[in-house]
Design a protein around this ligand. Structure first.
Ligand code: GLC
Length: 433
């Protein structure tokens, strides 16, 4: 666990502990007929890096998106925040610009989080609790979708079936009528999101469990995720769906800022984490990852076959804090030079070595993403079944490439890598992998 998780408490802490260990959705309900064929996943696997956005009423108090539950704020009290929620500087194009500057290829916005407040005009919302019918009087989802498309970014929407406003969420068996209203709202709102805004590239569920207990799969009796996602597929045959509705989904999820270790994983997967560690939603406290930390995370994830969905929390006015945008820009600067080792690649064929390097490839190019050259300034690769034609460091500087046993010895020769960033050795092979 990272030090920042010390600030979490109660159910929120439990949710993170659970989620940081294994893939969410691993034990979920299976139904291969709902899964996208591999060719529909290619864009997503190529994309590697996306922007997660947690934004809603919780940006006003700025103590994280769990405050309603953590601070036991009654629903009608919490709902008063909607009277104040009238962002002065919301500009989805600015969000998209920040994502592009970071080298990201897709975005995922919390259309509705656990507090129940919808960022669009939602007739299915219980009590009309949405931005189009309260102070803001705007359909932020519509503006966001348009901005993503205009910027050439894939469009993702996050939706939480659970809603703390419903006592039936906490006692589904004891309060079946209230729970039925929650479910009806969930189906209605998901249908709105997938039928009103044109093609949705990613649908990202969260909180497909009940009473914060067990797994999403344990709650499948209630949500009937196969039925829910069959409805989604009818509207959006090519949408990439995450596993957190209780159905296994098109990819696996790993959550949290802990370091990624271990071998290459075969199935598509995504790590989501916070740029500002204290919470997903805007927080008055700043504890930002550095650009170097983000890049190392990206290397470690992409080198194991995953994508990184990096979260930012815009403030109550809709602005991503400038210091956060600045880190994103620095990550983008690294990707501008080294992105060919990330975007559009596949991991391997060599397994990552913890703390030292990861390997990706595309065609006849093999990329060794070196995290640490060691005191000898050398990296030894195991045998490759291709000959190396040439070697270069993408950021400039020389590297000597020599056979060593059946493997390959790379020696860094005077490269001046920017401090703390991985450097990338590009090997041109005599034929494609
Ligand atoms: C957890 C939290 C939630 C956050 C999500 C992102 O499930 O409950 O606040 O939106 O992680 O993956």
């Amino acid at each position: 666990m990272s030090h920042t998780d010390d600030s979490l408490q109660g159910d929120e802490l439990a949710s993170q502990l659970k989620s940081s260990v294994v893939f969410k959705g691993e034990h979920s309900v299976r139904d291969a007929s709902l899964k996208l064929p591999p060719e529909d996943m290619v864009w997503w696997r190529d994309a590697k890096f996306g922007m997660f956005l947690h934004w809603g009423l919780y940006a006003i108090p700025a103590r994280g998106e769990w405050l309603m539950h953590n601070e036991q704020i009654p629903a009608d009290e919490y709902a008063k925040l909607a009277d104040e929620f009238a962002p002065r500087h919301f500009d989805a194009a600015a969000w998209a610009d920040a994502a592009k500057a970071a080298g990201m290829k897709y975005m995922v916005l919390t259309a509705r989080h656990h507090d129940g407040f919808a960022l669009w005009d939602s007739p299915a919302s219980f009590g009309g609790f949405c931005s189009a019918r309260t102070a803001a009087r705007r359909d932020f989802v519509a503006e966001y979708v348009a901005a993503c498309r205009a910027a050439g970014l894939a469009v993702g929407l996050y939706y939480s079936p659970m809603d703390w406003r419903f006592p039936g969420y906490f006692q589904p068996r004891e309060l079946p009528e209230d729970a039925a209203l929650l479910k009806q709202q969930g189906y209605g709102q998901v249908e709105e999101l997938v039928s009103r805004y044109g093609p949705i590239d990613v649908l990202w569920y969260d909180g497909g469990w009940l009473a914060h207990q067990g797994t999403d799969a344990d709650a499948a009796w209630f949500w009937e995720p196969l039925k829910l996602n069959a409805m989604v597929r009818a509207h959006q045959p090519h949408c990439v769906i995450n596993p957190r509705s209780g159905w296994e989904g098109d990819f696996q999820c790993d959550e949290g800022g802990h370091e990624v270790t271990g071998p290459i994983l075969d199935e598509p997967w995504e790590k989501c984490l916070n740029l500002n560690r204290p919470s997903w939603g805007y927080n008055q406290r700043d504890d930002l990852m550095t650009a170097q930390e983000v890049v190392r995370m990206l290397v470690n994830v992409v080198g194991r076959g995953g994508n990184v969905l990096l979260n930012v929390g815009p403030d109550a006015d809709g602005v991503i804090p400038p210091a956060h945008v600045d880190v994103l820009r620095q990550v983008g600067d690294w990707l501008a030079v080294n992105g060919q080792a990330i975007h559009g690649t596949r991991p391997g064929p060599l397994q990552p070595v913890e703390g030292r390097y990861c390997v990706t490839h595309r065609g006849d190019r093999l990329y060794v993403l070196v995290l640490d050259w060691g005191t000898e300034r050398q990296v030894v690769l195991p045998a490759l079944d291709r000959a190396v034609v040439s070697a270069a460091i993408l950021s400039g500087g020389a590297v000597i490439c020599q056979p060593q046993g059946r493997g390959v010895l790379l020696t860094r020769d005077g490269e001046r890598a920017a401090a703390g960033y991985p450097s990338v050795v590009e090997l041109v092979l005599d034929s494609g992998l």
